[in-house]
Design a binder for this molecule. Structure first.
Ligand code: NAD
Length: 424
């Protein structure tokens, strides 16, 4: 089986803190606000027992880190992956604070998950693990306090189990009004039309905005995607609708390459039938050379710390659209910028997901049913506005797009603290 890029397990938090330090310096962030944002508000670690299918009991460790809630309830995904630990949850929660602020949402940032490989468990076991994790978190989550969503290896079904478990622990009269404890639910049980595609659609809207800025279009542009899950597939779906050509895909099961282009819908079907992308093209491709493939656009849509000083120098693409959270570390980014490769930063590029989640939360909270058209139209407008804001801020401060995105996000939080003051 083809090898994929290695995953650096530690250092994600160090990465987010370096980005933060840089932006705080460029914008001259209020020193008191800087102290508050340099640390997480709450870090919840729960250990909980679950009965396995064979009758054995296994104890799991789950995390929920709440970074900051100056702008509203904590918001962010739950990840089931072997790399989940406190460092990763801290980093991902912190990125959520910047992301929700940049998007202009009334949310703060949180993130969590369980350190497991879900492939090792049956569907029934995953249901019991998810429900028991929800129960262990108790009122550390809540519809007006901390609202999880899907992330790597978690999906709409799991969100439905979380909602059901959380609601079941409330008194009968309170149950329905807690449905927005989690977003990314199936459409049949409080979910939003279009939430499934919101992140990938958003990635492509930011790429369209990039193309417009550079007086070009996505038509005929060659692109590669790392990760062919929720974000990777939907990105490819909308890229191909724009006439772009998918020449390479890498996921946890292998790396495939075809310079003549691949059809994302056909690949999705192959993946469903074979539980792998491996074998879709005739030849194996050396996974360690993936990011060096000759293409115009790279969309990392898997894990963090994938583009580093080890491979950044080989990149031929003009632009990187960060579908994943934290896919480029600071050393890798310095090389890319020096080589003139543009980066649409994660907190902007993949924010379609949390914006879609916000619409789902509003839908549940207000007892409404939104249509796909409502969602897609509003999402596009919000992302285009955020993209413009980042570009203008980068010109104003003469800085890169990531730092500019941080400045927009941090300015909003700084203002909230300055207006409110610090209790007592
Ligand atoms: P997913 O579980 O649906 O897909 C993850 C993909 O990553 C899979 O294709 C998997 O095979 C691949 N992968 C795992 N390990 C890999 C490795 N070592 N090398 C290459 N590929 C590997 O998850 P997702 O929801 O698509 O999330 C992907 C990324 O996007 C994550 O960084 C996540 O935080 C970010 N993100 C997701 C959302 C969302 O709405 N789901 C929103 C914003 C950001």
């Amino acid at each position: 089986m083809a090898t994929t890029t290695k995953v650096r397990k530690t250092g994600m938090y160090e990465n987010v803190m370096r980005q933060f330090e840089r932006a705080a310096g460029v914008m001259n962030l209020d020193p008191s606000v800087k102290k508050i944002l340099a640390i997480t508000n709450n870090e919840i670690v729960v250990h909980f027992p679950v009965k396995m299918d064979n009758g054995d009991v296994q104890v799991f460790t789950g995390y929920r880190v709440q970074h900051n809630n100056a702008l509203g309830p904590y918001k962010g995904g739950l990840r089931y992956h072997e790399t989940v630990d406190l460092d990763a949850a801290r980093a991902l929660a912190t990125w959520m604070t910047w992301k929700t602020s940049l998007a202009g949402l009334p949310y703060g940032g949180g993130k969590g998950g369980i350190q497991i490989d879900p492939k090792k468990f049956s569907q029934a076991e995953l249901e019991r693990i998810t429900r028991r994790f929800t129960y262990a978190l108790g009122d550390n989550i809540g519809p007006e306090h901390d609202i999880p969503a899907p992330d790597v290896n978690t999906n709409a079904q799991m969100m439905a189990w979380i909602a059901d478990t959380y609601m079941s622990t409330k008194s009968p009269a309170e149950r329905s009004k807690n449905q927005h404890v989690v977003t990314g639910k199936p459409v049949g049980s409080g979910g939003l039309e279009g939430r499934d595609r919101a992140t990938g659609f958003g990635v492509v809207v930011t790429l369209e905005a990039w193309a417009k800025l550079r007086n070009t279009t996505l038509e005929g542009k060659k692109y590669i995607v790392q990760g062919f899950g929720n974000v990777g597939y939907w990105t490819a779906h909308f890229m191909n609708k724009n006439g772009a050509v998918l020449v390479g895909v890498q996921d946890a099961t292998g790396t495939i390459y075809n310079p003549d282009g691949m059809d994302p819908e056909d690949l999705l079907q192959y993946q469903k039938d074979n539980a792998t992308i491996h074998g879709y093209t005739d030849h194996d491709f050396d996974g360690s050379k993936f990011f060096g493939i000759d293409c115009d656009i790279i969309v990392p849509a898997a894990l963090g710390n994938q583009i580093t000083e080890e491979n950044a120098g080989n990149i031929k693409a003009r632009v990187i659209a960060e579908g994943a959270n934290g896919p480029t570390d600071t050393e890798g980014e310095a090389i890319l910028l020096a080589n003139g490769v543009e980066i649409i930063p994660d907190i902007l590029c993949n924010s379609g997901g949390v914006i879609g989640s916000y619409y789902e939360w509003l839908q549940n909270r207000n007892g409404e049913i939104w249509t796909m058209d409502d969602v897609i139209t509003k999402l596009r407008k919000k992302l285009e506005d955020a993209f413009d804001k980042v570009v203008h801020t980068s010109e104003e401060y003469k800085t890169d797009w990531r730092t500019a995105a941080y400045i927009v996000a941090l300015t909003r939080i700084e203002m909230a603290y300055q207006q409110r003051g610090i209790f007592p």
